[in-house]
Design a binder for this molecule. Sequence first.
Ligand code: UD1
Length: 371
Amino acid sequence: MADTILITGGAGFIGRHLARALLAEGHRVRVLDSLIEQVHGGRGRPDELDPDTELVVGDVRDDGVVRRSLAGVDKVVHLAAEVGVGQSMYAVDRYVSVNDHGTAILFQQLIERPVKRVVVASSMSIYGEGLYRTADGGLVEDAVRRPRTGAGAPWDPVDDRGRPLVPVPTPEWKRPALASVYAITKHVQERLTLTLAPAYGMEGVALRLWNVYGPGQALSNPYTGVLAIFASRIHNGQAPMVFEDGKQRRDFVHVEDIARAFLLALDHPRAPGEVYNIASGEDRSVEEVAALLAEAMGRSGLRPEIAGKARAGDIRHCIADLTKARTELGLGAPRDFGRGLAELAEWVARQQAEDRVAQARRELEARGLVA
Ligand code: UD1
């Protein structure tokens, strides 16, 4: 059945792909987005937003605009959020305000005009460090990074005998360990959705997204995801700047796979009340993806520059256990990473990208947030 779906923050990277996927399924799509400068560069409606999408320009913290946006809506996807882990550690009021107060305003209005289902974009960052295994095979749920004591000290979390722990796929049951302001706000968004939706006869679902990449990510935003940052650097002939030793591992998931996961979460009868990890199921080091991207962009000579310093709030490793999303939601096979990078490279080649990474790094360093 065709529904009217409101996507908050829907003019952004994920929202535009999701809007297209929903329109292709015959739904009507309305987007509420404030088109913030850091992401949209002061331009108006993004060209990549499908012309069949209705755009309401406004802030998710503005109750009047939220009320109007909810008129005639059957389901909501809540994407509106500030998304930079590093930036959240100093722009504290902005992150807490947009992400948590914004979600509160949304639900305040939903109480008056409930919809059938609300799907919120949560984040893998709420786990803090992912699940680890000790050298003896025991599982460690509460690994923490200790400040490094010297240049030779390990980057990885260690066991009580000082041996590095080995990351293993993290399932949804791992308790949250909130290591950044961003993670705190995402956890609040998730809990507000899963607490308030059922209290008012709605269905709530949370997707914990891993590191999303693909064409359309804001290239001139130095606080966006690492692959877009690297793409912007390489496009401008600069080497990617890699924090730590580059061996930290993440799971990079293509934005089209994310759009498909939202379609499942919006519709599936098993989903209400649940949280799902959404990723590709393949983990890679940051250094490796920097090199692979440079190669895909025809600039393999641009070797990653290893900073040897960590960004405050960053976790070391977190990789996804997708068993639940695959068995319950039917999450499909991911897009091939090589193909995804090739498409990204092809898209970046046609873009203008302002490289503001050095400036962003100075902002973090000036506050002692890179050490
Ligand atoms: C990212 C998302 C977050 C999402 C989370 C889910 C962004 C800005 N952040 O956080 O919204 O919820 O994934 O997994 O999209 N790095 C470098 N050089 C750089 C930038 C980053 O080496 O120039 C490193 C970081 O130190 C980190 C890794 O790359 O180790 C990933 O960083 P980032 O892309 O910011 O992602 P997350 O912090 O994982």
